[in-house]
Design a protein around this ligand. Structure first.
Ligand code: PMP
Length: 427
C-alpha cells in the first residue's frame, strides 16, 4: 500500500468519503485519489513524492503555476499585519478597482469567499431586483451547490426543475427552470411560456462542468437578446472562465456584456475567494445600500485579497493569454494527432486555457450535455489512469474541463504528448 492509499483509508474513517469535496475522491474515474504534499510550477507531488504534470491547477486558480513567487510574497507580506479584521481595508478597494479594470461590465462588485457564494448571491440579487422568483439555468452547467442551482432538468428538457440532491425541497427547486445548453429555441420557448416570471438566466459562457463545451455561434448573443426583451437579468458565471478564457473573461472573448458576473478561482490566486458584480443600478439593491441582504465575516479577507491581486497583476502583464491559448492549442492538436496515430476516435474542445476531450466517433464538435454523456466514459477512465501512471494529472472526471497555466511550457506539452501517445496505444 502506498502512502496515498494509506491516507485515503485513514481519511475515510473521519471525513465523508475521505475528501472535503466529492470529485477529489476520484469517484468519476475510480481508484485511489492522490494525496498531494506539495506543488511547484507545473508539478504536483503526491504523498510518495511522485511528480505529476498538473492539468487541474486546483481546479483553476493556479493559472500562473503553483507556488508563484509574487503570490507567495504578497501573502507573506500581508500576513504580517494580521489575518482578518472584520472591518474594511484599502486592499479591498485596490482589488475591486483591478477587477473592474479587467472586467468593465462589473461597475460595482462585492467579494465573497467561494464561487458558490458568488452565484447564490447573484441569484438572490437578480430575484430581489426584478421581484421575480423563477430562474433559468442549463442542463450540465454547475454553479456551485446553493439550493436553487443544484437542479437539472427532469425527463423532458422543458420541464420544471427537480432537485439534483436530497435535502432540497421540491417547492424550492420548482422555481429553477432547466433547458439544454446551446439550444436557443428551448430558451425562447420557455420564456414565451413564463415571460415576466423569470428573474434571470445564469450560464457558464463556456461550459466547463460537462467536460469543455464552448457556446455555439449566436447562443450567448441570443441569451442577451431574450433577457433584454423580457427584462430578465443575464448572469455570466465566469467562476471558471474568468481571467482564463481571456484576461477579460468569456465576456471579452465573445464580446457580450452580461448584467451580472460571478467570479472565483483565479481571483483568489489559490485562496478562498469569489466575487459578484455588474450594473450599478442592480448592485445598488445590495445591502447596506439596498434591501437585498448579503454578507460574510471573512469576505474581502486581506490575505485572500493580497493573493488574488498579486495573481491578477501578474496575469495582466505581457501577453500571457496569447501564450496560454497557443499552449492549449498545441496540446489539443497534439492529443488529436496522437489519438489518430493510434486509431482512437477523439473529439477535442478548447478555448483560451481550458480544454476537454471526448472519446467518440462524432465528427462535429461536441456541443451539448446529451452528446457529452453519450461519449465513452470507460475509455476515459482507462486513459486517465494510464496517464496518471505516466505522471500526468488530468481532471479526474469525463465531466470536467482541464486547465493549463503559464508554467506549461513547450517542453512540458511535448512531454505530455509523448505520454499521451503511449497511453492511446494501450487503449
Ligand atoms: N461556478 C462554476 C462555473 C464553477 O465551475 C464552480 C466550481 N467548480 C462554481 C461556480 C462553484 O465554486 P466553488 O467551488 O468555489 O464554490
Amino acid at each position: 500500500m502506498n502512502k496515498s492509499e494509506q491516507l485515503f483509508t485513514q481519511a475515510q474513517k473521519i471525513i465523508p468519503g475521505g475528501v472535503n469535496s466529492p470529485v477529489r475522491a476520484f469517484n468519476g474515474v475510480g481508484g485511489n485519489p492522490c494525496f498531494i504534499k506539495r506543488a511547484e510550477g507545473v508539478y504536483i507531488y503526491d504523498a510518495d513524492d511522485k511528480a505529476y504534470i498538473d492539468y487541474v491547477g486546483s481546479w483553476g486558480p493556479m493559472i500562473l503555476g503553483h507556488n508563484h513567487p509574487a503570490i507567495l510574497q504578497a501573502v507573506m507580506n500581508t500576513a504580517q499585519n494580521g489575518l482578518s479584521f472584520g472591518a474594511p481595508t484599502e486592499l479591498e478597494i485596490t482589488m475591486a478597482e483591478k477587477v473592474r479594470e479587467l472586467v468593465p461590465s462589473m461597475e460595482s462588485l462585492r467579494m465573497v469567499s467561494s464561487g458558490t457564494e458568488a452565484t447564490m448571491s447573484a441569484i438572490r440579487l437578480a430575484r430581489g431586483y426584478t421581484g421575480r422568483d423563477k430562474i433559468l439555468k442549463f442542463e450540465g452547467c454547475y454553479h456551485g451547490h446553493a439550493d436553487s442551482l443544484l437542479v437539472k432538468a427532469g425527463s423532458g428538457a422543458l420541464t420544471m426543475g427537480v432537485p439534483n440532491s436530497p435535502g432540497i425541497p421540491a417547492d424550492f427547486a420548482k422555481h429553477t427552470l432547466t433547458v439544454s445548453y446551446n439550444n436557443l429555441d428551448e430558451v425562447k420557448e420557455i420564456f414565451a411560456k413564463y415571460a415576466e416570471e423569470i428573474a434571470c438566466i445564469i450560464v457558464e459562457p463556456v461550459a466547463g462542468n460537462m467536460n469543455c463545451i464552448p457556446p455555439v455561434a449566436g447562443f450567448l448573443e441570443g441569451l442577451r437578446e431574450v433577457c433584454n426583451q423580457y427584462g430578465s437579468v443575464l448572469i455570466f458565471d465566469e467562476v471558471m472562465t474568468g481571467f482564463r478564457v481571456a484576461l477579460g473573461g468569456a465576456q471579452a472573448h465573445y464580446n457580450i456584456k452580461p448584467d451580472l458576473t460571478t467570479l472565483g478561482k483565479v481571483i483568489g490566486g489559490g485562496m478562498p475567494v469569489g466575487a459578484f458584480g455588474g450594473k450599478q443600478e442592480i448592485m445598488d439593491y445590495i445591502a447596506p445600500v439596498g434591501p437585498v441582504y448579503q454578507a460574510g465575516t471573512l469576505s474581502g479577507n486581506p490575505i485572500a485579497m493580497a493573493a488574488g491581486l498579486a495573481a491578477l497583476n501578474e496575469l495582466s502583464q505581457g501577453d500571457k493569454h496569447e501564450q496560454l491559448s497557443a499552449a492549449t492549442e498545441k496540446l489539443a492538436m497534439g492529443f488529436k494527432a496522437a489519438a489518430e496515430r493510434n486509431g482512437v476516435s477523439l473529439s477535442i474542445n478548447y478555448v483560451g486555457a481550458m480544454f476537454g476531450f471526448f472519446f467518440t466517433d462524432e465528427e462535429q464538435p461536441i456541443s451539448s450535455y446529451q452528446q457529452a454523456t453519450e461519449c465513452d466514459g470507460e475509455k476515459f477512465k482507462q486513459f486517465f489512469h494510464l496517464m496518471l501512471d505516466e505522471g500526468v494529472y488530468l481532471a479526474p472526471s469525463a465531466f470536467e474541463a482541464s486547465f493549463l497555466s503559464t508554467a506549461h511550457t513547450d517542453e512540458i506539452i511535448e512531454k505530455t504528448l509523448a505520454a499521451a501517445d503511449k497511453c492511446f496505444a494501450q487503449l
